[in-house]
Write a protein that binds this ligand. Sequence first.
Ligand SMILES: N[C@@H](CCC(=O)N[C@@H](CS)C(=O)NCC(=O)O)C(=O)O
Length: 85
Amino acid sequence: MLTIYHVPGTRGVRAIWLCEELALPYTVEAVDFSPEFRASDSWRAMNPVGKVPVLRDSEHSSTDDFLMFESGAMVQYILDRYGNG
Ligand SMILES: N[C@@H](CCC(=O)N[C@@H](CS)C(=O)NCC(=O)O)C(=O)O
């Protein structure tokens, strides 16, 4: 399952749009866009540069979830892994 940590009106819509186009199951988690939250250790562990979006792929491996940032890279990842050509 793909989870997109997103703030409405920001770049996370790129990954959301692609999931819709590919008819992939995904969920959207709302992120607190405040500078304080984005500076927090918990968020920096998910996105070291403190921005949004973040993508989680819980089916990347049998042991660990896969986390990534950079929306353009997310699009490429989703296409490579789930685009089916
Ligand atoms: N190149 C990054 C840019 C990420 C980015 O700048 N996100 C904006 C929202 S669209 C953000 O978090 N801005 C807050 C900030 O720059 O402090 C990507 O495409 O994911």
